[in-house]
Design a protein around this ligand. Structure first.
Ligand SMILES: [Zn+2]
Length: 152
């Protein structure tokens, strides 16, 4: 370690005696320009160190950084819009699926009810058929009681 900084990292020492922190500037005039400052910058114990790490940007670099900043802001807005759209569409899709599922459940219930009614009707028809056959047998046997019935 040198008296003016941390030789291993190349960072200067701040007034606190520890290697300074490398910060990024977000101001319009120096957007993206790196600088050394106290690790406690804007906190209790900030020793107030300020030293540019990057050279001052030329007009072209500043213009380029300004455009990048604008593009980044535009992308943040677009991401927020897409996230909101995705949430809205997801909610719609979920509601639609739930509605379709409810309709399917209703149709299934209706089908099962019809199936039960059909089975009950089938049993009733079978019982009626058996009853009619028995009635005919008794009638035929009763009618031919005096004569010789081949079935009796
Ligand atoms: Zn400090």
């Amino acid at each position: 370690m040198s008296p003016n900084g941390d030789a291993s990292s190349g960072r200067p020492l701040c007034h606190c005696g520890v290697p300074a922190y490398l910060w990024n500037s977000w101001t319009s005039a120096n957007f993206g320009r790196k600088w050394y400052g106290c690790v406690n910058y804007k906190k209790p114990g900030d020793c107030g160190l300020f030293e540019w790490a990057d050279h001052e940007m030329c007009i072209y670099e500043k213009s380029l950084m300004e455009r990048l900043k604008d593009k980044e802001e535009g992308m943040r807005v677009e991401i927020a819009r897409l996230e909101k759209l995705m949430e809205t569409e997801s909610t719609k899709y979920k509601a639609n699926m739930e509605s379709q599922f409810s309709q399917f459940q209703l149709q299934l219930d209706l089908y099962q009810t019809k199936e039960k009614a059909y089975q009950s009707r089938e049993k009733l028809y079978q019982a009626a058929l058996v009853f009619i056959i028995l009635l005919l047998l008794f009638y035929v046997c009763g009618y031919n009681n005096n004569s010789s019935c081949e079935m009796c």
